[in-house]
Design a protein around this ligand. Structure first.
Ligand code: ADP
Ligand code: MG
Length: 475
């Protein structure tokens, strides 16, 4: 429904192509395995007269996508914007997360020209987004010390409604929150009216129904649910009036004994732009966090998933235990990424009709491995840059402003910004207590020079590779 809606909006306006919609179509077209493994991390950079610019993290991924999926991706984009004739890539080596999707969503709704959808539309779209995935259940949720409490509370809630109310689960990206919410919904949906919705979707409908004067029906619709599961509540940071309405709906549900389950990436008191009384209502039930997984849990998950995939592929590809252990020990960022890594190896195996060796695995997973390892320190950057420019570290950190020192210093600062997750002030401190404005200035200077000066740009790329992979050339 959203796709059709967006398609219409985009045909009539000069708005840029909506990447979220393209992503949804890609997932549908290629299936979630391929989507999660290769396409999800594509970032939309910009749209020009007749092409779009997208960004991926390594050349390997660019080549992989180009040779297998690019034509079809172009077709999807063309279905929204006929004038687009090609897709161009940039290699980012780093993904930029945490955009305010929430704001985009609100803007979408606000910018919409007409909004005369009736309640049938709202209902349909609720149903559309109330899809509970039968493959994410309690049986295939692997338990370890980091998620045991969250698992037990979720089970309890799905056996005994209103035991903990609300149940609030939080943890980092890809830790299994949506899986657990889904499993609860799955268990309860036979006997109860269950609504499982992301906070973004919830807000979208909320704002939409206000605009189309359907608020009463919206509220009725929600207030009829027995079990309300809202995923990623951190995205619910809307306007006062909306929060007011939400608060009432929330209270009405609790009053009538409906079970509410929420997930977020942070605890209630850390939610931004949400009224205190709502946060305190969130904390009023049971709040549980899912922590980072340990090696044993990751290995167990990989083993399970591998068995599942083996069955799906009629035992064709036997991914060695060595590789399974390698992935489990190296991909530590999230379980989503862990499973994504395994899926990549499986898609590689299918296409080349052989299971990759360990060294091939390292190439296939290169971008994930570097993000996981997080081994890039400012110290390493400084040492590598100093060596490259043949200056000493004292010179780099000194306050001398001779040209032969300024450029290397700026380069190192720039690399610290793009290769580590350190904040500007932190970077400044590592460069002999420089101010964060110096950091910004250096980053901007190098970005500008990179565009103008191809030799400098090459030097920086080669430095980047030295730091990241300890070698001179990208694959
Ligand atoms: P979140 O919502 O916390 O970002 P998800 O629930 O979407 O994370 O989990 C990411 C992926 O990892 C999903 O495919 C999910 O099924 C899987 N997953 C997460 N935790 C587990 C687990 N303990 N056992 C099995 N699969 C898991
Ligand atoms: Mg989730």
């Amino acid at each position: 429904m959203k796709n059709i809606l967006n398609k219409n909006i985009q045909n009539y306006s000069s708005k840029k192509v909506d990447w979220e919609v393209v992503q949804a179509d890609m997932r549908e077209k290629f299936g979630s395995d391929i989507y999660e493994s290769w396409l999800k991390k594509i970032e939309f950079v910009d749209e020009f007269q007749n092409y779009v610019l997208i960004s991926v993290s390594t050349r390997f991924i660019r080549d992989w996508i180009t040779s297998r999926y690019l034509d079809q991706i172009l077709q999807i984009i063309k279905s929204y914007k006929r004038g687009i004739e090609r897709i161009e890539f940039t290699i980012s080596e780093k993904t930029i997360n945490g955009k305010d999707q929430n704001q985009n969503l609100i803007n979408d709704v606000i910018n919409e020209k007409k909004s005369n959808e009736n309640i049938a539309f709202i209902k349909d779209s609720f149903l559309q987004y109330n899809r509970i995935d039968p493959n994410k259940n309690f049986n295939n949720f692997v338990i370890g010390p980091s998620n045991k409490l969250a698992f037990e509370a979720s089970k309890k809630v799905s056996e005994d409604i209103a035991h903990y109310n609300p149940l609030y689960l939080y943890g980092g990206v890809g830790m299994g929150k949506t899986h657990l919410l889904n499993a609860i919904g799955l268990n309860l949906k036979e006997k109860n009216k269950v609504m499982f919705i992301s906070a973004e979707r919830f807000m979208y409908q909320f704002v939409k129904s206000i605009k189309s004067n359907e608020m009463v029906k919206f509220k009725e619709y929600f207030r009829n649910t027995d079990v309300l599961l809202i995923d990623d509540i951190q995205f619910m940071n809307g306007k006062e009036a909306m929060q007011e309405e939400f608060f009432h709906t929330f209270n009405a549900l609790l009053d009538k004994g409906s079970q509410i389950i929420l997930s977020a990436d942070r605890p209630p008191n850390k939610l931004l732009r949400i009224q205190e009384r709502i946060k305190s209502r969130f904390s009023g039930g049971l709040v549980i966090d899912i922590q980072s997984s340990d090696y044993d849990l990751r290995y167990k998950i990989i083993k399970n998933k591998n068995e599942e995939l083996k069955l799906l592929n009629s035992n064709q590809f036997k991914i060695s235990d060595e590789i399974q252990k390698f992935i489990s020990s190296e991909i530590r960022t999230s379980i989503r990424e862990l499973i994504g890594a395994l899926n990549r190896i499986v898609s590689f195996s299918k296409i080349y009709n052989k299971v990759p060796s360990l060294s091939e695995t390292k190439v296939i997973l290169k971008d994930l491995l570097n993000m996981s390892e997080n081994k890039v320190t400012i110290d390493l950057i400084q040492t590598t840059v100093c060596k490259f420019f043949k200056i000493s570290k004292n010179e780099m950190l000194s306050s001398r402003r001779s040209r032969y020192l300024v450029r290397p210093r700026q380069t190192a600062i720039y690399l610290a910004k793009i290769l580590t997750s350190k904040s500007l002030p932190e970077i400044g401190r590592s460069f002999a207590n420089r101010d964060h404005t110096t950091v910004i200035h250096s980053v901007k200077t190098i970005e500008k020079l990179k565009k103008e000066n191809s030799e400098l740009s090459l030097n920086i790329d080669s430095l980047k590779n030295k730091i990241l992979y300890n070698k001179d050339n990208e694959i």
